[in-house]
Design a binder for this molecule. Sequence first.
Ligand code: NI
Length: 178
Amino acid sequence: MSVCPVLRMGDPRLLRISRPVARFDTPELHALIRDMEDTMAHLNGAGLAAPQIGVDLRVVIFGVAANPRYPDVEEVPYTVLINPVIEPLDEDEEDGWEGCLSVPGMRGVVPRFTRLRYSGLDPFGNRIEREVSGFHARVVQHECDHLDGILYPMRIRDFRLFGFTEELFPDGSVAGDD
Ligand code: NI
């Protein structure tokens, strides 16, 4: 296990534009992804971007298993996505609550494109291309924003819908940090 410290908002390394990965199926790339997986699993995150552990490469991982405690949460297949490209399929946006391991203990409502196509490469250099919507699309947009130095609070339009998780959801219906 290599659980890495997750940088928190305010650390300038979260604001960098990350570099594309140039070489695939290397020991260094596989080691980075293992570190990201261990860190995300340890913190029960829905996703993690390499900049959050201080690595300025365009690598994100995400995935949400079905959880009987949160029946409203849609399942998202576990995915490693490198050098991602996002293309919205139309102009539709929807609001939804987000959290981030780099902004622990808080939640905010963020507008995101409802439907999009994303593409990129897996760790072996194989192409990935999917059309997704809803929560899956939201998670991808959140993680890919990290590669351009954007944290979700920067996208909030109504700051009345931003605050500490425990205050916003006193019944405990939303838990965890991401
Ligand atoms: Ni995040």
